[in-house]
Design a protein around this ligand. Structure first.
Ligand code: URP
Ligand code: ZN
Ligand code: ZN
Length: 464
């Protein structure tokens, strides 16, 4: 199958020009004007932006967590992602405590294989790392899992101690791979939670009030210090606050290889939302928690000037009915996480480009190219170039949509609410191709399935 995308304005992280894109099979084979080709299909992109498919490096499909399982599996979640212009996700396999990380990888392959509509990779969540197990990390790398997430939060669940951090960091650094860090001091936070609950403070708003930004900043500071000594590139996930960003800047200022992502929820929502009546605040109980609104300006600045290098969603949906409700008696029982994989490109275009905070190039970089480069997918993914996978979005920069669970153009996630209900956005992913397959066309799924696991390259290596 061959496709010609005509008359579009091509935007990559570095370029901005008008040309046609010719796709033969799964890859882009020509870019230019007046191409001498005879395509099977022509897509007219007049007035539209032609951008590399979005890459969301932080999702949790089919994740057992908080006494339940995230509501999207790899079928529903990747199709929703596709509707929103995302053509690759990097999800998380979870090592069972005391178990093998290689077994965990097999389990997650089983969850995704044959279901995903877009391509996917895995980070490995490391929940313990005995010395005898360190060899597994190079086997994971050879299997294309070149990044590992560790948690300072969630004691008793995913938390690991500093010794485990150091041990894993050292080996990951030696292997030419990367560490992703959930940086919050979960031990102190658990004490604060214990005090709050003892005082009868159990409503959703206490989720935010028991997780001070200083405890996020402390985690970021500690992770950077350990990574510096262990000599491993570090990537802070879901950074949410001014305090935490200051620590990233400080580390970068002294030359540590640390990057950080933030998420749309920390740019568009704030902690007043937890005060909504009838337990509704539970919809936004996620970790880190939403912050005071003033943090948002700092995060946008971080995105603009480079101290934040990517925007992921941390898509981890739980239905309000039956799942969030598990925490009706106490916020400590609310499954942590919120949906968003479908809305990232539009939100970031609206708040970033239309809002005058980001250039078009930076928008593409933050939603696609940067993650591709950081996580070993570039140049196969994350750009529009001859030889790259034809993961392409034709994006209408003028189309307005109101994000809503009732809007068939904005909600395909298998969850009974939208975190951005009623937000009007300008900018929408109209046509979405994954390796040359037309998967979404004007809000309609053209095909499902067909997504493949991508074995990612190590730090500094190219994926061809
Ligand atoms: O609340 C969240 N973020 N849930 C997903 C797990 C994590 O910490 O990323
Ligand atoms: Zn996390
Ligand atoms: Zn997460």
């Amino acid at each position: 199958m061959s496709t010609l995308i005509k008359n579009g304005r091509i935007i990559t992280a570095t370029d901005d020009y008008y040309a046609d894109v010719y796709i033969d099979g799964e890859q882009i084979t020509q870019i230019g004007t007046n191409l001498a080709v005879h395509p099977d299909r022509v897509i007219d992109a007049t007035g539209k932006l032609v951008i590399p498919g979005g890459i969301d490096p932080h999702t949790h499909m089919d994740m057992p967590f908080g006494g339940t399982t995230s509501a999207d599996d790899f079928a529903s979640g990747t199709l929703a992602a596709a509707h929103g212009g995302t053509t690759t996700i990097i999800d998380f396999a979870i090592q069972a405590k005391g178990g093998s990380t290689l077994d965990a990888l097999d389990t997650w392959h089983e969850k995704a294989a044959g279901k995903a509509t877009i391509d996917y990779g895995f980070h490995m969540i490391v929940t313990d790392m005995a010395v005898a197990r360190l060899g597994e990390l190079s086997r994971l790398r050879d299997a294309g899992v070149t990044s590992y997430k560790l948690f300072m939060a969630y004691p008793g669940v995913l938390y690991v101690d500093d010794g485990t951090l150091y041990r894993t960091f050292r080996q990951a650094g030696e292997n030419g791979t990367r560490i992703c860090m959930h940086a919050e001091n979960g031990i102190v936070i658990d004490e604060i939670i214990r005090e709050a609950v003892a005082d009868g403070k159990v409503e959703p708003r206490w989720h935010a009030l028991t997780r001070p930004t200083r405890m996020e900043a402390e985690g970021v500071h500690r992770a950077i210090a350990i990574a510096e000594v262990a000599r491993v590139p570090l990537y802070i996930v879901h950074l949410s606050s001014h305090d935490a960003l200051e620590e990233v800047k400080r580390g970068r200022g002294r030359g540590v290889d640390v990057q950080a992502e933030t998420c749309p929820q920390y740019l568009f929502l704030d902690q007043t939302i937890y005060d909504r009546p009838n337990f509704e605040g539970a919809k936004w109980v996620m970790t880190p928690a939403l912050r005071e609104k003033w943090n948002q300006a700092t995060l946008w600045q971080g995105l603009k000037f480079g101290d934040l290098s990517a925007v992921a969603t941390d898509h981890c949906p739980f239905c309000f009915n039956g799942q969030k409700e598990l925490g009706k008696e106490s916020f400590t029982k609310i499954p942590n996480g919120a949906p968003g994989v479908e809305n990232r490109l539009s939100l970031m275009y609206h708040g970033g480009v239309v809002g005058g905070r980001l250039s078009l190039n930076r928008w593409v970089e933050l939603t696609s190219t940067s993650a591709a480069k950081t996580f070993g997918l570039f140049p196969r993914k994350g750009t529009i170039a001859v030889g790259s996978d034809a993961d392409i979005v034709v994006f209408d920069p003028n189309r307005k949509e109101t994000i809503s669970i009732n809007n068939p153009f904005t909600h395909h996630m298998r969850v009974d609410y939208s975190a951005y209900e009623g937000f009007e956005v300008t900018g929408w992913s109209e046509v979405v191709l994954s390796r040359g397959r037309l998967i979404v066309n004007n809000g309609k799924a053209e095909t499902t399935g067909g997504g493949k696991f991508v074995a990612r390259a190590g730090v500094g290596e190219l994926l061809r």
